[in-house]
Design a protein around this ligand. Structure first.
Ligand SMILES: [Zn+2]
Length: 273
């Protein structure tokens, strides 16, 4: 009986070996990434998750895979993507818990903005949301990203944040503890699609790596790129700083897929469950 059960388990496994991208990126948790196998058709399929187009690439020259960003607020359980050939494919989201972080800010206006700030914040949010929703053609140059700076990781993605005791949005990216002025390098090739100087994020640059995979760097002291500029992998985006709502100089990096902010640690092989 036990042998029979083991046999069934083997049969349930996928017929092909998982490729490098799947092993690297498939972390199907809230705030993580799901890799869904799409088969090996001659034509590149397209797929949507929650109505938004998702990144589709060919893995190891064989099968098409969809790389799906899972929103932080997603409950554990089944989710689906829709493929353009009519298939609806399921994937399972497992649980992940995120720690709390308590931060003291002397500038209380950054915790409870004034009415005139709210107008600015809304406008800046809309601008950034539009950038995250971009879906340009082309395959990212590399899915195993280079670290944008050399330095230790500090605040992880997804921390539940309390500023002066009041809960605010969770940490949308990954922080690196590096000094002011350190050059920030593009983790993959991409195009500069937005530059801003924002209330919360300070000096900010958005880099589009293709098909909805987008990096955002903020709190910078200096921006070294122009809007529309094409950056090679490793091209300098700007310098580390402490502009916007920051307690000191550090590098904050967001990674977005299908307009969902996901854990950047996944893309540099530093994911910890
Ligand atoms: Zn941060």
């Amino acid at each position: 009986m036990r042998l029979f059960a083991a046999l069934l388990l083997c049969l349930a496994l996928p017929a092909h070996a998982e490729g490098f991208i799947t092993r690297l990126l498939n972390k199907p948790v809230p705030g993580g990434v799901a890799v869904v196998q799409l088969g090996n058709g001659a034509q590149a399929p397209t797929a949507r998750y929650q109505g938004k187009p998702v990144l589709v690439v060919k893995e190891d020259g064989r099968d098409w895979i969809a790389i799906v960003g899972i929103p932080l607020g997603t409950k554990a359980g089944p989710q689906r993507i829709e493929v353009n050939d009519g298939r609806s494919l399921a994937f399972d989201v497992g649980p992940r818990s995120y720690r709390e972080q308590h931060i003291k800010l002397a500038n209380t206006r950054q915790v409870n903005p004034l009415p005139q700030d709210l107008k600015r914040i809304d406008r800046e949010l809309a601008e950034q949301t539009t950038a995250y929703r971009r879906f340009s053609p082309g395959t990212p140059s590399n899915l195993l990203f280079d670290k944008p700076v050399n330095g230790p990781l500090s605040s992880p993605f997804g921390l539940r944040r309390f500023f002066n005791g009041e809960e605010r949005n969770p940490h949308s990216g990954l922080d690196f503890a590096v000094g002011a002025g350190t050059p920030i390098k593009a983790p993959a090739a991409g195009k500069v699609i937005l530059i801003g100087d924002y209330f919360f994020n300070g000096k900010t640059v958005f880099v589009d790596h293709g098909q909805g995979l987008i990096s955002m760097f903020c709190h910078m002291s200096k921006v070294d790129v122009k809007l529309g500029q094409q950056l090679p992998r490793g091209g300098v985006v700007g310098r580390v700083g402490a502009t916007g709502r920051a307690t000191g100089p550090h590098m904050h990096w967001n990674v977005s897929l299908n307009d969902v902010r996901v854990d950047p640690a996944i893309f540099i092989g530093a994911y910890k469950h």
